[in-house]
Design a protein. Structure first.
Length: 222
C-alpha cells in the first residue's frame, strides 16, 4: 500500500505519452474527416437525385409548354380557317341563285314562239339594290318568294338573277308577243326590251332584238 504522502512515479518516458496523445489526436481528426466526407458524399447523392428529378420535371414542363403552344397555334389556325370558310359560305349563299337554272330554261322554251330564234342567253347575278328605285311613299319591302326561305326580307347584299335574251324574230309583232308571254309567266318580272331593229338576212327582213327580265323569286310590297 501506498502512503498518503507518497507520489506515483511514472517510469514511462514523456515522449511516449506525447506520441500517444499525437496518435490519438490524428485518429480523431481522421475519424472526423471520414465522417464529414461520408456525410458529404451522401448529401451529394441525395442532392444529385433531387436535381435529376428537378431536371426531369423541368423537361416535362417544357414539353407540356411546347405542346400547349402548338395546340394554341393550331386552335388559332383552325379559328382563322373557320372564319374564312364562314365568309366563303356566306358569299356563296349570296351568289347562289335561289331558283334552279333548268326550270328557268324550260319556261323560256315554252315562251319562245316558232317564229323566234334565240342567239344568246345570259344569266347574270346582280345586287338587289341595283333594282331598287325611289318610291314616293318610302322604300319597298322586298321578300323572297321561295317557300324554303320563309318569306324573309332580302338584304342589300342579296342578289337577283337578270336574264338577257338576244335573238331574231319574223317581225316586230313576234317580239311584242314574246315580251307579253314573258310578262304573263310567273317566272319573270320587270320584262323590258333593250332594243329592236329590222335587218335583212339571206334576202329576208327579220327583227333583231334584245330583251331583259328578272327572275321573279321575290315579291315587293309597299
Amino acid at each position: 500500500m501506498r502512503g498518503e504522502g507518497m507520489k506515483e512515479i511514472d517510469f514511462i518516458p514523456s515522449w511516449y505519452h506525447d506520441n500517444r496523445r499525437r496518435r490519438l489526436w490524428y485518429y480523431r481528426r481522421y475519424m472526423a474527416i471520414l465522417i464529414i466526407t461520408g456525410f458529404w458524399i451522401i448529401g451529394n447523392l441525395i442532392a444529385g437525385g433531387i436535381i435529376s428529378r428537378a431536371y426531369a420535371d423541368l423537361d416535362s414542363l417544357c414539353n407540356s409548354y411546347e405542346q400547349g403552344l402548338q395546340k394554341v397555334e393550331l386552335a388559332r389556325k383552325l379559328e382563322a380557317r373557320l372564319l374564312t370558310l364562314t365568309r366563303q359560305s356566306r358569299m356563296l349563299q349570296h351568289l347562289r341563285p335561289r331558283t334552279e337554272i333548268s326550270p328557268i330554261l324550260a319556261e323560256l322554251s315554252s315562251c319562245i314562239g316558232e317564229r323566234t330564234a334565240l342567239t344568246d342567253i345570259s344569266l347574270v347575278l346582280s345586287p338587289f339594290q341595283a333594282l331598287e328605285s325611289p318610291r314616293p311613299n318610302g322604300p319597298a319591302t322586298v321578300q323572297i318568294k321561295n317557300s324554303y326561305a320563309g318569306g324573309q326580307s332580302l338584304l342589300k347584299t342579296d342578289t337577283v338573277m337578270t336574264v338577257k335574251l338576244s335573238g331574231v324574230a319574223a317581225d316586230g309583232a313576234e317580239v311584242a308577243s314574246l315580251i307579253s308571254r314573258l310578262e304573263e309567266s310567273d317566272y319573270f318580272t320587270r320584262v323590258a326590251p333593250v332594243f329592236s331593229k329590222n335587218q335583212t338576212r339571206s334576202g329576208a327582213t327579220v327583227t333583231e332584238f334584245e330583251i331583259q327580265c328578272v327572275i321573279a323569286d321575290f315579291k315587293t310590297s309597299p
